[in-house]
Design a protein around this ligand. Structure first.
Ligand SMILES: [Fe+2]
Length: 77
């Protein structure tokens, strides 16, 4: 437990928290898009779709994956 507050652990925790938030937002935008389409609000659905795609960017970003892999590697040693 003495390593629980090292910079690497804090970085890994912040990345995990940020990814959890992004997934929460993605779930909500997906629901809003479905509701907008059901209501015939196609313009709103299109705008929500654009926002949804922006939410995926940090998750897909190779930089964040590389950064996370680097942190996990450091934690193992
Ligand atoms: Fe977001």
């Amino acid at each position: 437990m003495k390593d629980a507050h090292t910079p690497d652990v804090l970085d890994a925790s912040m990345i995990a928290d940020a990814q959890a938030v992004e997934h929460y937002e993605i779930a909500r935008y997906g629901t809003l898009i479905a509701w907008a389409r059901q209501l015939g609000l196609n313009d709103a659905a299109g705008l929500l779709q654009q926002t949804l795609e922006q939410e995926y960017m940090p998750i897909r970003s190779s930089l964040s994956w590389r950064r996370r892999s680097s942190i996990v590697r450091r934690l193992k040693h």
